[in-house]
Design a protein around this ligand. Structure first.
Ligand code: SF4
Ligand code: SF4
Length: 381
């Protein structure tokens, strides 16, 4: 497997970033914790605050959460909650940046998240953005814009800084630059053979919500230069797209299994993938309207109807010339699990094979998933 110096360097970025946040907080800067793509970072940054994402991707905090939450909810919610509760209750730090967060900004998406946020309010002030769930209606956009305006006011109150139109424009420009860099990286993955594995790309995608925007851009530029200049191994591998639930830091199980079985992941239709950057924000519009228009279109399965996601998956599968799609869902994630039926039908009609994997963060099913992936690879090779 290729080695990338950027990704080696990225391993040290955690402690560096924690130091940066600690310094910022000493000088009075506020830190906001988020869990979801529907929260526009641009508003947080324009208010002069910093942000980190708090989604858990590790198995070790799941059992802690199960003392408080039902077992039959998704591992992402349990892992996130477990990290925070562990820190809050026993003093053993699972999530070393949670204790630095001044406010959580949550969103009304799936039921498990919504209800978890109600409990989190006991640990840290929690602000919830209410999302309209039928995004294609004109009323939905109007409502979402009014919710974002309230959120902007809450950020002003938290930081004591005014969010100006100019400040928002600057942040939109900056976040579009990041999106363009991610597009450049994904453009390179369209090559056959792909010059970088999906397991490698996942490392930077997982860090994108933790690093500062400037640092993320620096790493992306370095990685793109490295990828542009490497000589890929001239071996054809089945080209796979993963589609489904996010894979937050610590969760690399399925990606690693697929690539250990001879496939190469060339795209991810996921919140740790294209959903985070595919659409840019219109820099020529009034900034709050432009933000509302862009963010309401995120094709998350909590939206209904969600045909936009099907169109997006088909478009990505064609653009990245995939041989097959692996539909990845976390156990008890009802939205993505139910939506699978429609995706499977659309892919079948388009002649694109699909394998569905439903799993959690434990290693108990690694062997069984490996066998199914093996059979799928054989079928599409
Ligand atoms: S899958 Fe939906 S709810 Fe989860 S992070 Fe993505 S946009 Fe948010
Ligand atoms: S993976 Fe599914 S159930 Fe879990 S938080 Fe995301 S949308 Fe909700």
């Amino acid at each position: 497997m290729q080695r990338f110096k950027t990704l080696e360097d990225l391993k040290n970025s955690y402690s560096e970033r924690i130091r940066q946040i600690a310094d910022e907080r000493k000088s009075g800067k506020k830190l906001v914790g988020t869990f979801c793509l529907f929260v526009p970072d641009e508003i947080i940054f324009a208010a002069g605050a910093d942000r980190v994402i708090l989604c858990g991707g590790k198995n070790d905090t799941v059992s802690i959460a199960e003392q408080y939450l039902p077992r039959n909810i998704c591992p992402l919610v349990k892992s996130s909650f477990g990290s925070i509760i562990n820190d809050g209750c026993s003093g053993v730090k699972s999530c070393s940046h949670f204790s630095m967060v001044d406010m959580i900004v949550a969103e009304n998406t799936c039921d498990s998240k919504k209800k978890m946020y109600e409990l989190l309010g006991d640990y840290v002030p929690t602000y919830v953005i209410d999302l309209p769930q039928r995004p294609d209606t004109p009323e939905a956009l109007k409502y979402f814009l009014s919710e974002l305006e309230k959120f902007r006011d809450a950020m002003e109150q938290l930081t004591g800084n005014k969010v100006t139109t100019e400040g928002l424009r600057q942040e939109i420009k900056s976040s579009n630059e990041t999106r363009e860099l991610l597009h450049r990286l994904y453009e390179l993955r369209k090559r056959d053979p792909s010059p970088i594995s999906g397991s490698h790309v996942l490392k930077i995608l997982q860090k994108q919500y933790f690093l500062s925007p400037d640092k993320l851009k620096e790493y992306l530029r370095m990685l793109i230069t490295e990828v542009e200049n490497i000589e890929p191994e001239q071996v054809h591998k089945p080209r796979i797209m993963i589609s489904g639930c996010p894979m937050p830091g610590g969760n690399t199980k399925v990606t690693e299994i697929i690539e250990s079985k001879g496939g190469v992941i060339v795209a991810e239709e996921s919140c740790t993938g294209t959903r985070s950057f595919w659409d840019l924000i219109d820099e020529n519009k009034e900034p709050m309207t432009a933000l509302a228009e862009r963010y309401i279109k995120i094709p998350c399965s909590c939206m209904s109807p969600n045909d936009r996601r099907i169109d997006n998956i088909l478009e990505l599968a064609r653009e990245f010339r995939v041989n097959g799609v692996i539909y990845y869902t976390l156990q008890f994630c009802h939205g993505y699990n139910i939506e699978k039926q429609k995706i499977q039908k659309a892919l079948k009609e388009a002649g694109i094979p699909m394998l569905s994997i439903e799993t959690d963060y434990s290693d108990s099913d690694v062997e069984q998933i490996g066998l199914r992936v093996d059979a799928f690879m054989e079928m599409i090779s």
